[in-house]
Ligand binder design. Structure first.
Ligand code: NI
Length: 132
């Protein structure tokens, strides 16, 4: 899994447009406008600052994939996404090393349709793996 590269930090926000403006006030720039992910029922946009990329994720319905997390944690960072050019092997190795897959690899409309999958680990919580 040595080829994992940090792609973004996922950030839960309740009001995505207002949150975008607040991040802009902190010096972030919008890197990709708001996209609706109809698989996960969330709005997503990307912002960058100082070489860091954050992904703002906001549930649009009560049954969205992050609605439960939003209730529990409110507005907060909640995953780091790792990009890999060796997706299938890394996905396998993570599962052999204490990471439990919590969904199946699914195309992400906000990431040019690239496959992503979420895994959770007892010691570090949730990560996202993305196909380069
Ligand atoms: Ni993400």
């Amino acid at each position: 899994m040595s080829n994992l590269k940090i792609h973004h930090i996922g950030y839960l926000v309740k009001k995505i447009e207002a949150a975008t403006q607040t991040f802009e006030a902190l010096g972030y720039q919008l890197a990709q406008n708001i996209v609706y992910d109809d698989i996960r029922k969330v709005n997503i946009c990307f912002m960058t600052k100082d070489g860091y990329c954050i992904e703002l994720v906001s549930p649009t319905t009560e049954d969205s994939i992050v609605s439960g997390l939003m209730k529990k944690y409110k507005n907060c960072p909640y995953h780091i996404c790792y990009e890999t050019n060796n997706f299938d092997q890394d996905y396998q190795e993570l599962q052999e090393n204490g990471f439990i897959s919590i969904d199946v690899p699914t195309p992400a409309p906000a990431l040019q349709g690239r496959d992503v999958v979420f895994l959770t680990n007892a010691l570090i919580g949730m990560i996202e793996l993305m196909r380069s």
